[in-house]
Design a protein. Sequence first.
Length: 366
Amino acid sequence: MTSTITRTVPKHMSTLDKWLAVWIGLAMVAGLVLGRFVPGVSEMLARLEVGGISVPIALGLLVMMYPVLAKVRYDKVVAVTGDKKMLISSLVLNWLVGPAMMFALAWIFLPDLPEYRTGLIIVGLARCIAMVVIWNDLACGDPEAAAVLIAINSVFQVVAFSLLGWFYLTVLPGWLGLDSQGLDVSVWQIALNVLIFLGVPLLAGFASRWIGEKYRGRDWYEEKFLPVIGPWALYGLLFTIVLLFALQGEAITKNPVDVARIAAPLLIYFGLMWFVCMLLGKSIGLGYPRSTTLAFTAAGNNFELAIAVAIATFGATYGQALAGVVGPLIEVPVLVGLVYVSLWLARTWFKTDPYAAIAVAESRTP
């Protein structure tokens, strides 16, 4: 993480970032082993919840997001909001294309498994918040654009999640003559999720930059402070992955066939959604950094919200919750892989050095 946090952009990935896939793989294995073979770990983690939100996972996500959001140049946010092509594309992709694609894939791959199918549809409705900032940062996306898109889509999430859940689980299946299930979700539950997973680290990141630049100057903040806190984003990510997989390690290892059936549509969804967004970004002239941001913010999902909603609505032992848990099992390695694909496309398709592109973007703002 250190290479992409600092203002002085390197010409290649740091050793830490190059081995990211290995660290994440080890974290996934460690979590599965803990959850499957250490008695009481998953039960203990399940008890550490407040308002349906896991406290340890929340802490891990906050530690993960803070360094990336502390990097954001908030004085550039106004300029980002003026990019109407990017904003409109993001809203259309997140709230029209994404949920519809997941609905179609869920019914194609899981027509005989209504619990898992419902869980996948809920995953499709929970748009990006947390981990996407890491993937965007590693792929040299536009950090200011990522902060803006995540914030705007989070506001839409509070308003649209329940409405779209009703539409995709009750109304549309009825129109198509398919089985339907309701979804009773509190708007306040969604708002609390957004406040914790976005509001807190966003406020902390803004406060850090404002205080740091005011009292020590921008050079000190970007050349001294950011490199110190940068690695903590990776530490928070790995800690969160261990906890997520430990929490459901037993369920995952006991149901390998079900996990495989849930995984198939998720694999297609992440890859297809990301590619469509990248293609759209290039076709409308967003350039590499913002095309990458558009792709990762639309392809990533808020599994913390999806799991919380599934558990609160249907119960922790039901298939809807398992579908949510399988989400990060697939999303994490797929999006890590897409980080490397992004960096490759920057050179072969966009004809630019991704690290140099970020340096040029940063130099445009005094």
